[in-house]
Design a binder for this molecule. Structure first.
Ligand code: HEC
Length: 142
């Protein structure tokens, strides 16, 4: 019983640090899922790392290089198992992947294509996972 209470307490504490939660919007659904290491969360860390790399490549006028498997957005298991249920995640994921492909394939201004891509991250996160929004906005190229 004691152990149970400790575990329960640990979960409550952990949930207050959940990546999707933030101070302004503590009432989002995702706050009840304290597991930070879902397949999707790990994929997102690759996404962030890759995005930072691509940002530097654009700023320095170098070839851009995507190593992450962004198609996995559709299959990676999220912390919140219901995340794909209402279809919003899937359509946000599609528009994000579209912007990535535009950035890779188009010869247009890479900086604005890159910022469109960041906007696609922000759109999904504002609706589904508001915690990291501020951090994501910092990835924009000014
Ligand atoms: C289609 C929706 C969607 C898109 C697009 C998206 N994310 Fe996410 N992101 C999520 C969800 C949902 C989670 C929560 C994952 C979990 O906990 O299982 C997440 C988690 C994260 C996290 C926290 C990871 C951790 O350590 O727990 C960061 C940071 C993040 N995303 C950044 C980004 C960036 C940067 C982009 C764009 C380059 C992006 N996301 C695009 C939905 C999205």
């Amino acid at each position: 019983m004691n152990l149970f209470i400790k575990i329960l307490g640990g979960c409550i504490i952990a949930s207050s640090f959940l990546s999707c939660s933030n101070q302004e919007e503590q009432n989002t659904k995702a706050t009840s899922f304290p597991n930070k290491d879902s397949e999707l969360a790990i994929l997102m860390r690759d996404v962030v790392e890759n995005t930072e790399k691509v940002k530097n490549q654009i700023v320095n006028g170098e070839e851009i290089d995507f190593f992450m498997e962004f198609e996995k957005l559709h299959t990676a298991i999220p912390t919140d198992p219901d995340v794909r249920n209402d279809g919003r995640f899937t359509s946000f994921a599609d528009s994000y992947i579209f912007t990535v492909k535009e950035l890779i394939n188009s010869e247009e201004d890479k900086t604005s294509l890159y910022n469109n891509m960041i906007q696609a991250c922000v759109s999904c996160h504002e609706q589904i996972c508001p915690g990291p929004v501020k951090r994501i906005k910092k990835l924009r190229i000014k």
